[in-house]
Design a protein around this ligand. Structure first.
Ligand code: GLN
Length: 491
């Protein structure tokens, strides 16, 4: 990256306001970098060169008038499942490979109102189903730390683009871990807010009771400034919570003195390799050194999270994805002679293997006779998991865990074994089922690959949670580490 451009949001904002550089200049620099380096990483599906420069020009005018907010003129990227008016929105699927939405998702509208500059749309697992970004119709994304490894998923394009310095900020979505797990694998900060804190309007649905929009960036502070813009009630999304927002940057100097952090005993039954264990132990000692108090807690039902999730998420996906019938939008199979054949061929051609697997499992779990046995039971387990967290938050302020059980794994290693892939989310799914906010921040490197620390907060504790993360980032350089091989190439 040209040294005249800083990476931190506040510094970019300051540079823009003081006219050290213009939004057009920094936007052009990011576009240049995307063109130069993304061929091998594959983190973008669509690059919006023309519209980005137009928005940057507008942002510069607004800044010149003195009428611009903190994020005006700052480039960012959107996961390709947020609808963008007249801009291709594929959801990583052949099914939507020709879909140009007629409207913007709510978070896109809010970003536009605040004059952010969209660089493009990032690659992802098909319909957000996956943990490695290998299910994308547009090809796998490579991890910038080691191009033979996966970046995590499903928001792997966003996480890879941020660490490769192709964008300072990116949106993501998290249903069971899709912001936190790729953030951990790529060494960036990723926030999944409380379910209902950010509008889902215009976000292509996977499992509606779990899907949550969020943000990936270089630091907790950067996430806080972006959250200020996109959080908040939206009458167009009936699951969006009508609760006033707050200034999420106000607690960035949050003192950890006396704050209680729970370590769920059950999480540590999962075997971690010694490198990961050591890194997690270091993070815990740091939190203690900063004044935090570490407390052992129990989340007795957390071991049931993965089975419950893999009934609920496929069930909801089978219902949501029924809209792709080849008639209203998206792919349509040619040369069919009746409606049944049209549905069948369209879906056979349009969906990839993982999406089909989930639609089949979900349809089965929802069929009469099995509904109570699977779906109702899974919902009951979900309630028990939620209750475990409520109990825990009576005695602690936050919960800490590793974000993932391993670091980034080799491409193609788990593609033939879906259950192994599903285990990737063992530490992230419990908070998703409970609808709690959680963040993953970098905690160091194990054999040259990033490790994530997960902080789970109680409902609507985003500001304090970002404060904890920022405190850790003020005292460490873990979030400043960048891929060596790439920096040698001046990435
Ligand atoms: N990896 C999980 C899955 O495949 C979570 C995906 C997500 O959060 N969108 O369902």
């Amino acid at each position: 990256m040209d040294d005249s451009f800083p990476k931190e949001i506040l510094k970019i904002s300051d540079g823009l306001k003081k006219r050290k550089f213009s939004s057009v200049e920094i936007t052009k620099e990011y576009l240049r970098r995307i063109k130069a380096y993304d061929r091998e990483i594959n983190s973008f599906i669509t690059i919006c060169e023309e519209t980005a420069i137009e928005s940057a020009l507008e942002a510069d005018k607004r800044i010149a008038k003195g009428a611009a907010g903190t994020l005006a003129g700052i480039p960012y990227a959107n996961k390709d499942l947020f609808c963008t008016k007249d801009i291709l929105t594929t959801c990583g699927s052949r099914m939507l490979s020709n879909f140009f939405p007629p409207y913007d998702a709510e978070i896109i509208s809010r970003a536009k109102e605040n004059s952010l500059v969209m660089l493009g749309k990032t690659n992802m697992d098909e319909f957000a189903m996956g943990s490695s970004n290998e299910t994308s119709y547009f090809g796998a994304v490579k991890n910038p730390w080691d191009l033979r490894k996966v970046p995590g998923g499903s928001s792997g394009g966003s996480a890879a683009a941020v660490i490769a310095n192709l964008t300072p900020l990116a949106t993501g979505t998290d249903t069971g871990g899709s912001i936190r797990q790729p953030s951990a694998f790529c060494g960036v900060s990723g926030l999944k807010p409380t379910y209902g804190r950010i509008s889902r309007y215009g976000m292509v649905a996977f499992a509606s009771s779990l899907d949550q929009a969020g943000i990936i960036g270089h630091s907790a502070a950067d996430l806080a400034f972006f959250l200020n813009i996109i959080a908040g009630f939206d009458p167009k999304d009936s699951t969006c919570i009508e609760k006033p927002t707050e200034d999420y940057s106000r607690n960035l100097n949050f003192p950890l003195q006396g704050i209680k952090f729970g370590l769920p005993k059950e999480f540590f039954k999962t075997e971690l390799n010694s490198g990961l264990q050591q890194i997690f132990a270091n993070a815990i000692s740091l939190v203690e050194k900063l004044g935090g108090k570490i407390v052992d807690i129990n989340l007795p039902h957390s071991s049931l999270s993965i089975p419950a999730y893999y009934v609920i998420a496929p069930a909801e996906c089978s219902s949501n994805l029924a809209r792709y019938d080849g008639i209203r939008f998206g792919h349509r199979a040619p040369n069919t002679s009746n409606i049944e054949e049209l549905y069948e061929k369209t879906r056979s051609e349009g969906f990839g293997a993982e999406v089909k697997r989930r639609v089949l499992i979900g349809t089965y779990a929802l069929s009469s006779g099995y509904y109570d046995e699977y779906y109702t039971k899974a919902q009951k387990v979900r309630r028990l998991i939620k209750n475990d967290f409520s109990e825990a938050y009576k005695s602690v302020d936050f919960i800490l865990s590793p974000t993932t059980p391993t670091t980034a794994f080799p491409l193609n290693e788990k593609t033939d074994d879906p259950t192994l892939m599903y285990l990737q989310d063992i530490f992230t799914i419990p908070a998703s089922l409970a609808g709690l906010p959680a963040i993953s921040i970098p905690a160091g490197l194990d054999k040259g690959l990033p490790v994530g620390l997960q902080i789970i907060g109680d409902y609507f504790q985003e500001a304090r949670m970002l404060g904890v993360a920022n405190k850790i980032q003020q005292t460490t350089d873990w979030h400043k580490l960048t891929p060596k091989s790439n920096s040698e190439k001046k990435l």
